[in-house]
Design a protein around this ligand. Structure first.
Ligand SMILES: Nc1ncnc2c1ncn2[C@@H]1O[C@H](COP(=O)(O)OP(=O)(O)OP(=O)(O)O)[C@@H](O)[C@H]1O
Ligand SMILES: [Mg+2]
Length: 386
């Protein structure tokens, strides 16, 4: 197999994830799932594998919903997908098609009045659900938080929440249907923006939150080894080198692909010192080929309140220079030693919790805190010149 960092990979080339996928199918027996995890960790690949080999008794259907910018576009997207299935199964009669034609959803909107997207979405899902005889329907919706945020920007917070509320009603109305919402930005950020402190909607509290971790170590080693061989890199001890790649990549399949692609591009052998050099080069490269600057640029967007973004950066600074986890009191002292004003300890605790939810930080059982991913810690320290 050739390295393909960030490309669409064939479900057959999705390494590991079998246990996670089995867990997801098991959970779906009971309820719908909210799949949130760090960007580039392999969420889409998990969904693609689920869509490709659905568990017995399930009918999975996947859409990348990021492309929809309004509730109407989303409803039409679901409608189109349902039509494709119904067409394939030669089922012509259906509720949604009538609505679609009646309200000319396919044409250009002439009046300012919105078309009844909710009715179309509900009817399309109803149409598909009624065709499921032996199987149960599961919608795999990738990048749903982005879509909800797009809708908030285009149509306002109320419309964004209405989409989530409609989906919740559909889950209640059709107890056999399941949904998986996946995305790297936490839905909590999007919900907060949509509610704007005015609406207290809880549209996903019936869903089960699942986090996608890095690859299991043996799967990651197998991936790294196969890529090293697939790219024909020189190597003395394949397993030893694959282990170094995996350690440097924190088990992220995306960075494993990148490291091997980097070795190939620079025509280096897959030897430990060369591997480390490639990683170091990438971490300091001004062009930021791994797009790590994202971890910095999203801070003010994630923590817009008061000086929270500044506090978040100081927390990361304090944790970046030392591999040892630090206590809350330690972090408080580090912030107080700077010019930033920290209201009180509970403000710090609140920010720390948010940063945990956003995968920056990891809390140990003894309450001490560290970076969630060592690779990001290394990059942060280099980037900030610490
Ligand atoms: N299980 C896997 N086996 C092999 N390669 C993988 C696997 N998962 C991810 N990858 C590699 O990592 C890249 C990113 O994976 P994927 O697109 O699934 O991540 P993601 O979490 O959906 O990312 P994003 O946050 O950008 O949406 C893929 O293009 C592929 O190169
Ligand atoms: Mg993805």
């Amino acid at each position: 197999m050739k390295a393909n960092p960030g490309g669409v990979i064939d479900p057959g080339n999705v390494y590991g994830r079998d246990q996670l996928i089995a867990q997801l199918w098991g959970r779906l027996e009971q309820q719908s799932v909210l799949m949130n995890a760090e960007r580039r960790i392999g969420k889409t690949s998990v969904l693609r594998k689920m869509a490709h080999d659905g568990a017995s008794g399930w009918f999975p259907t996947m859409i990348d919903v990021e492309k929809f910018h309004s509730a109407e576009e989303f409803a039409r997207g679901v409608f189109d997908q349902v039509q494709t299935y119904l067409g394939k199964w030669k089922k012509a009669a259906n509720l949604a098609r009538d609505l679609y034609e009646q309200h000319d959803f396919g044409g250009i909107r002439r009046t300012g009045a919105p078309r009844p997207w909710k009715a179309l979405l509900t009817a399309a899902i109803h149409d598909l659900a009624t065709q499921m005889h032996e199987q149960r329907l599961v919608f795999l919706w990738d990048e749903l938080p982005y879509m909800i945020d797009h809708i908030r920007q285009a149509d306002g917070g109320r419309a964004a929440l209405e989409v989530l509320d409609t989906l919740r009603s559909l889950r209640q109305e059709h107890p056999g249907i399941r949904m998986v919402f996946s995305g790297s930005i936490g839905l909590h950020h999007v919900l907060e923006g949509a509610r704007d402190g005015k609406i207290s909607s809880e549209p996903v509290n019936d869903m089960y939150a699942v986090e996608v971790p890095p690859l299991d170590i043996e799967d990651a080693i197998r991936l790294a080894g196969d890529l090293i061989q697939g790219e024909g890199l020189g190597v003395k001890d394949l397993r030893g080198s694959a282990e170094v790649v995996v350690k440097e990549a924190d088990g992220f399949p995306f960075y494993i692909h990148h490291i091997v692609a980097g070795l190939k591009r620079k025509q280096r052998a897959a030897e430990p010192d060369q591997i480390r050099m490639v990683v170091q080069d990438h971490l300091v490269d001004a062009n930021d080929p791994w797009d790590l600057g994202h971890y910095r640029s999203r801070i003010p967007i994630y923590y817009p309140k008061g000086n929270n973004a500044q506090i978040a950066s100081l927390i990361l600074d304090a944790l970046a220079t030392d591999q040892e986890p630090r206590s809350v009191a330690d972090l408080q002292a580090a912030i107080n030693a700077s010019s930033a004003v920290l209201e009180d300890r509970s403000e710090l605790v609140r920010i720390l919790r948010l940063m945990e939810r956003d995968h920056y930080l990891l809390r140990q059982t003894d309450g001490r805190i560290q970076f969630r991913f060592p690779l990001i810690r290394r990059w942060w320290a280099l980037d900030r010149g610490l």
